[in-house]
Structure formats: C-alpha cells, structure tokens
Design a protein around this ligand. Structure first.
Ligand SMILES: [Zn+2]
Length: 204
C-alpha cells in the first residue's frame, strides 16, 4: 500500500475542481527553455482588436502541454527551424473582450459557452521561423479571419504548402491537434479535461 500516500499527495497537491476536472497549475514556458521566440500579439496593439489585451508578454501553459511544446521545438530545431509563439494561456476576461468585438464562434470561442482551449492553458498559437531568424511564409498573417488561414486551402505555392506541412506534422507528432480555420492554432490532446481559468498573467 505504498502507493496510496503518493496518490493522496497528487490529489491534494493538484486538486480537482467540483466538476471533477484536473487542474495542474500553469507553468511559464520561459522557465523551461530559452529556445523559443516570442511575439505575443495580444500584449501589443498589433492584433485584431487593435489594442493591447495583456499587460505583459508571457506564455503560460499546463505542464504537460509545455513539455510537449519543448519536444516539438527540439524536433523543429533539428530541421533548421524554431517555434515563434503568438499566444498561450488566455484569461477568460480577455476572451470576453474578444467575443464582444468578434462574436463569431468559428474564430473566437464563446466565453459564455465552452470558451477557448486557450482559457484552459492547453492551446498555443504559433508559427515557425528559421534558426537564423528568417520569416517562414504560411499563406496569411496570424489572426487573419478568412480562407487564406484555412488548413484545407491548398491554393498556395509549393513552398507555403511545404511550410504548413512541416508545422502540422511536427505538432501532431507531439500530441497537438489542428483546427480547420486557423493554421496557427494547436490544441493539446484531451484539452477539454482542463478547467477554464481567469487568473491574470503574472506581470510585475
Ligand atoms: Zn488559438
């Protein structure tokens, strides 16, 4: 019965919400790696809302999601690329601001319904750049709401299609799923098991 205290510890340490969902605390990606590049658009006015929604540019994730992203970045590094981060965990209040501006569930998760996997710390918005820091063309800008952002749109040059293939295949290898309408979005497996959070980002 040596296992029992350990199980009890894990239960008490991580805790479960009232609806039985696991809630491991979020971790900050920069505490685990310096190999990522950050362009957290919602910490700047350069986003579809046109104003900064975050007080600082931090990437918080569930620990197993951060671990999988580290492995994915290692994989891309071996191919000559690295991950550039656009968004990670997003507090629910920020989701409400986005929904007020764009109440279209195809593009913005309804904060009064299931919200977004970003609110659960289990999704990332990313692209690739080369290890030399060169731009990698994916066919549209981040947060472009239209056909050019769809992953089932093959009306692009061979180079763009190859870039997308590299990104999707690499991420899927490490447990991330794609969505049809946004080439940059990846949700970690079993993402609905995580609770929605409204903790603010840890800004000084
Ligand atoms: Zn996303």
């Amino acid at each position: 019965m040596k296992l029992l205290p350990n199980v009890l510890f894990i239960f008490l340490f991580f805790g479960f919400s009232s609806n039985g969902k696991l809630q491991k605390p979020l971790v900050n990606l920069k505490d685990f790696s310096t190999e990522f590049v950050y362009e957290i658009r919602y910490a700047t006015p350069h986003n579809f809302i046109g104003e900064a929604l975050y007080d600082c540019a931090e990437c918080l994730l569930r620990p197993e999601v951060a671990e999988a992203l580290l492995q994915a970045n290692q994989y891309f590094c071996e191919m000559g690329y690295r991950i550039k981060i656009y968004d990670c965990y997003r507090p629910l209040d920020v989701q409400k601001k986005m929904w007020a501006k764009v109440p279209r569930p195809t593009y913005v998760g309804n904060p009064y319904g299931n919200g977004s996997i970003h609110n659960r710390g289990a999704a990332v918005d990313i692209t690739l750049e080369t290890l030399e820091g060169c731009y990698v063309e994916m066919g549209s800008d981040y947060d472009y709401f239209g056909r050019e952002a769809h992953i089932d749109n093959y009306n692009f040059s061979k180079e763009i299609l190859a870039n997308r293939k590299l990104l999707f295949e690499g991420m899927r290898k490490f447990g991330f799923g794609t969505i049809r309408t946004e080439w940059w979005h990846f949700s970690y497996k079993k993402n609905w098991n995580y609770t929605t959070l409204n903790l603010p980002l840890p800004c000084e």
